[in-house]
Design a protein around this ligand. Structure first.
Ligand SMILES: [Zn+2]
Length: 90
């Protein structure tokens, strides 16, 4: 009964991040649960992860004490919420 949302997403043939359709992007990567991310969003997500990692390294060099984790700034990639819930994106 709670699966209607998932079913709707599975029927959508496109990127679950930016909502572009399959024919609008060069490549779609499919998750085990059927959700998809396009090449553009994957690159955007990778950049955010790289920037975060670089920032964290720089921060760790300055201060040893770690604060609460920072929320990544959403530029091109709009919604991480669903993936974060499933632990795909930390
Ligand atoms: Zn996308």
């Amino acid at each position: 009964m709670m699966q209607t949302r998932t079913v709707a997403k599975l029927n959508f043939d496109g990127c679950n991040f930016c909502s572009k359709l399959r024919e609008q992007v060069r490549m779609l990567i499919e998750a085990p649960d059927g959700k998809r991310i396009c090449n553009e969003c994957a690159v955007g997500a990778k950049q955010i992860l790289d920037e975060q990692a670089a920032e964290e390294r720089a921060e760790a060099d300055k201060i040893k004490r770690s604060d609460a984790p920072k929320t990544p700034t959403m530029g091109r990639v709009v919604r991480f919420i669903d993936y974060a819930d499933r632990g795909i994106v930390a």
